[in-house]
Design a protein around this ligand. Structure first.
Ligand code: NAD
Length: 256
């Protein structure tokens, strides 16, 4: 087990799902965690879970698609814990499923604002801080949809390909400054997001596990914890030679 004691970590979108699992795992390994989400209730719940387990955490509401929120979040994390050693840009939305030619412009704009621009804004603010602080580690949440296409999900696929492009570029620009930036690409993971996608496709006829398990060579979807394990490892000293890596955690999905 890695030791993050004395380290402080920021996780966006940590009021639920993968972000919450990552926040809990960092805290379990000794980190002080700045929990952030647009959903105040979910964020406060994550903080309560960390504190109940004996960890240290604080919550700051922020919409990652808004520069003023992101900048205020970074300042709040630094004020609370002194610095940000690791950051996880996890907040994301899936939007509506529709054929390419029918995708509403508002769906494209909303998805790109959170998944792509949100990651861009967070990266900029985190890099500014880490350059002053002397280094750090950042993990961006892409997806298997950042590596291959998924019919019906064109804005989401575009946004997650954008996250991979940003990850590679930022890694190249800041590796020598001691900031390691990598991305993870989960396959189907058992969260609200996957439930929403399964509902849209099957209108409630199948749950996400019934629909998605057979699509994965391991025969099942993954758990938030299985993604959290990779995120935390990528931020740890064990991953000291990992830079600009795009790592699937997908039960073999993209090996097919
Ligand atoms: P989730 O919906 O369970 O959690 C996402 C969290 O992000 C929520 O708490 C939500 O309130 C928050 N959020 C949404 N918009 C926000 C905004 N503008 N600002 C701040 N927070 C915001 O989803 P999840 O499955 O845990 O997804 C986490 C990340 O993992 C996302 O980037 C998603 O695209 C990615 N991902 C998920 C899967 C999957 O199968 N679940 C697969 C691949 C990638």
């Amino acid at each position: 087990m890695e030791d993050f004691s004395g380290k402080s970590v920021l996780v966006t979108g940590s009021g639920a799902g993968i972000g919450r699992a990552a926040a809990l795992e960092f805290a379990r390994q000794g980190a002080k965690v700045m929990v952030s989400d647009i959903d105040e209730k979910g964020g406060e719940e994550t903080v309560a879970m960390i504190r109940e387990a004996g960890g240290q955490a604080a919550f700051r509401k922020a919409d990652v698609s808004k520069a003023e929120d992101v900048n205020a979040l970074i300042s709040a994390a630094v004020e609370e814990f002194g610095r940000i050693d690791c950051a996880v840009n996890n907040a994301g939305i899936e939007g509506k499923i529709a054929p390419f030619e029918d995708q509403p412009e508002v769906n494209y704009d909303a998805i790109m604002a959170v998944n792509s621009k949100g990651t861009f804004l967070c990266l900029q603010a985190e890099i500014h801080h880490m350059l002053q602080a002397g280094g750090g580690a950042i993990v961006n949440l892409s997806s298997v949809a950042g590596l291959i296409g998924f019919p019906g999900l064109s804005p989401y696929v575009a946004s997650k390909h954008a996250v991979i492009g940003m990850t590679k570029n930022a890694a190249l620009e800041y590796g020598k400054a001691g900031i390691r930036i990598n991305a993870v690409c989960p396959g189907g993971i058992d969260t609200r997001m996957l439930d929403s996608l399964a509902d849209q496709v099957s209108a409630g006829a199948q749950n996400s596990s019934q629909m998605m398990d057979p699509l994965h060579p391991l025969g099942r979807i993954g758990t938030p914890q299985e993604v959290a394990n990779l995120i935390v490892w990528l931020c740890s000293p064990q991953a000291s030679f990992m830079l600009g890596a795009i790592v699937p955690v997908d039960g073999g999905f993209v090996a097919q």
